[in-house]
Design a protein around this ligand. Structure first.
Ligand SMILES: NC(=O)c1ccc[n+]([C@@H]2O[C@H](COP(=O)([O-])OP(=O)(O)OC[C@H]3O[C@@H](n4cnc5c(N)ncnc54)[C@H](OP(=O)(O)O)[C@@H]3O)[C@@H](O)[C@H]2O)c1
Length: 189
């Protein structure tokens, strides 16, 4: 039994990759050593799934070289203006589920005119357009809200489809808020 009173943890993530800028030439072995600790928890049955967060393809490739268990999830920042599609595709090619944090860019996408216009056309909210766009780009949105009515709104994205034309418009909007974090360039936050 954990301190949280749980028999097991559902998903345990390594939050940020060690990278050359912060960990020097040893960054690969730092990540592998941390990953071994997660593998141990997984093999002992104390954690149901293990994964990483904010890993780019080259961080994952380095981890794969002697990983016994591959990450099951990679939780990365995704919102319109920051699709990280190459990382999403790489994840699926390696049976890793890409989860999208900041999937409405902490609210910053809600006033973007492309989202507002598509939302109005489909009788949806801009938040729902952002979340549905993520889903159609093959990632799992992970919105955060303290308000029950918004939780319902954010979950109601399975009864409509964004057209290819509108998907392309959303794919091509410029960065609209969010951290747009590059783990190779900035420290963990
Ligand atoms: N792995 C990582 O490195 C990392 C980093 C950051 C966050 N995360 C995780 O990602 C999840 C969420 O990401 P995030 O915190 O960046 O935020 P987010 O989900 O993009 O935005 C959350 C903000 O948007 C508001 N909001 C939610 N739904 C809304 C809606 N339908 N309409 C209008 N406003 C809405 C919320 O306010 P109300 O609560 O008032 O509704 C809150 O202020 C969290 O679970 C967090 O733990 C992971």
């Amino acid at each position: 039994m954990s301190k949280l009173g749980l028999d097991y943890v559902d998903l345990y993530l390594l939050h940020w990759p060690a990278v050359e800028k912060t960990d020097g030439k040893e960054w690969r072995s730092v990540n592998r050593e941390k990953w071994r600790a997660l593998e141990k928890l997984y093999k002992e049955g104390r954690v149901r799934s293990i994964g990483v967060s904010n890993f780019l393809p080259h961080h994952l490739e380095a981890l794969f070289t002697d990983a016994e268990v591959k990450p099951m999830v990679n939780q990365i920042e995704i919102h319109p203006g920051f699709s990280q599609q190459a990382t999403v595709d790489f994840c699926w090619d390696n049976n890793i589920i890409p989860q999208a944090w900041s999937s409405i860019a902490k609210g910053a996408v809600l006033e973007n005119e492309t989202l507002v216009s598509i939302a109005s056309k489909l009788s949806k909210t801009p938040a729902q357009i952002s979340l549905r766009w993520i889903l159609q780009n093959r990632a799992v949105p992970l919105p955060r809200s303290q308000r029950p009515e918004r939780m319902v709104e954010n979950a109601s994205i399975f009864d409509f489809t964004i057209s290819d034309e509108d998907m392309e418009a959303l794919d091509n909007i410029p960065q609209c808020g969010g951290a747009c974090a590059n783990p190779d360039e900035r420290e963990e936050f």
